[in-house]
Ligand binder design. Structure first.
Ligand code: PLP
Length: 385
């Protein structure tokens, strides 16, 4: 019998709640710290620059926006559940077989589906210490155990990853380049990682920032996927294509992995507007080139100018920089964040990535980038915000 009256001290309430019969999530779920997206507003300021989520300062292609609008006439129709037009457009752009592509509601969905398909209770999935947070969430929500491997100079370390592999390992998540560090592994290193993995381990190459990388020794992984049975590559429309609001990503994998993911994904997981805009974005190569050119110029400028202020900037090949702050009071990352926010500059705190003394700053418009450097200078000089 349940008592008619209960005491209400927090401890007793909690004990009562735990004893009451009610649905419990499966093991792992309550271990998850929910993903906290980058802030998007600064109280009381009219003009704000959002530099906290690595969105494109050039926005979406006007052709993608027009395609999005055209879908308004047919909102009553279900989308094409296999996103055929989009898989064909991607296949054409990259020279890939569309049958080996799966589209998702953001690459986040695909990363989660991969974990759900391949990782269960008792299984392990590896990611690195400063690796993208979604890997840990996807692993725990699948009931698996995340295995966290240290990095070297804020960069994934192939030897350390290989040393962490056990017979329980099912998946290795590697963001290349990584967010929030902006560092990358040359493709020889990725090949060495793959060569060292047992064949039952699926290597997930998350190439969300691939388009931005201007390095001769970088590859996103298309050829490795094409020539092996245990590698997939995930890509997104949220960054270079400027379509983050639509939630659109894709993966390229071996047929048996594509088959598994197609069995567990929602039948209409990608909406009609995303499909239409995605096709147009994929075909607008001039827009992509403009975005890359803007990023190449301003990534170098930001890295150099922030470095000149005496702050350490991790060398980045993506569309953001990781800025390290001193630990002395008055100059910390948290204080810099508050200062910049008062000037309408919204950066990303990265404590959840085990980087409590750093801030991540997306490459923004010219105006935003200049304001960031000027404001950091004023912050370090002790000026008022
Ligand atoms: C932004 C990002 C993604 C893309 O996520 P979407 O769900 O496609 O918006 C994937 N991986 C990393 C490392 C990212 O930073």
């Amino acid at each position: 019998m349940r008592p008619a009256r209960v005491s209400t001290t927090p401890q007793e309430v909690e004990a009562y709640e735990m004893s009451a019969p009610r649905p419990q999530p499966r093991p792992g779920v309550l271990q998850i710290q929910a993903y906290v997206p980058g802030k998007s507003s600064a109280p009381g300021l009219a003009k704000v620059f959002k530099l906290s989520s690595n969105e494109s300062p050039l926005g979406a292609s006007p052709k993608a926006v027009a395609a999005f609008r055209s879908v308004a006439e047919t909102l009553h129709d279900y989308p094409d559940g296999s996103a055929t037009a989009l898989r064909e457009a991607i296949g054409q752009a990259f020279g890939l077989d569309p049958a080996r592509i799966v589209c998702g509601a953001g690459s986040d969905e695909l990363l989660n589906l991969l974990a759900h398909a391949y990782v269960g209770p008792g299984d392990e999935a590896i990611h690195t210490l400063h690796g993208f947070l979604v890997y840990r969430i996807a692993t725990l929500s699948s009931g698996g155990t995340p295995v966290v491997v240290p990095e070297t100079n804020y960069t994934a370390d192939v030897d350390l990853i290989l040393r962490a592999v056990t017979e329980r390992t099912r998946l290795v998540f590697l963001a290349n380049p990584n967010n929030p560090t902006g560092t990358y592994l040359p493709f020889d290193e990725v090949r060495r990682l793959h060569a060292g993995l047992p064949p039952h381990v699926l290597l997930v190459l998350d190439a969300a920032y691939a388009e931005y990388v201007r390095r001769n020794d970088y590859e996103a992984g298309i050829e490795l996927v094409a020539t092996s049975e245990n590698v997939v590559m995930c890509r997104t429309f949220s960054k270079i294509h400027g379509l983050a609001a639509l939630r659109l990503g894709w993966m390229y994998g071996p047929p048996h992995v594509v088959d598994a993911i197609n069995r567990i994904r929602g039948p209409f997981n990608v909406n009609a507007a995303a499909i239409a805009a995605g096709v147009a974005a994929m075909q607008d190569t001039a827009h992509v080139e403009r975005s890359v050119a803007h990023n190449t110029r301003w990534l170098a400028w930001l890295s150099e100018e922030i470095g000149k202020l005496g702050l350490e900037v991790t060398p980045s090949v993506a569309n953001f920089v990781l800025i390290h702050f001193p630990r002395e009071p008055g100059r910390t990352a948290a204080e810099a964040d508050a200062f910049l926010t008062r000037r309408g500059l919204i950066l990303r705190q990265v404590g959840a990535y085990h980087l409590p003394h750093a801030l991540r700053c997306s490459v923004g418009s010219e105006e935003a980038n200049r304001l960031v450097v000027e404001s950091l200078r004023d912050f370090l000089d002790g000026k008022a915000p």
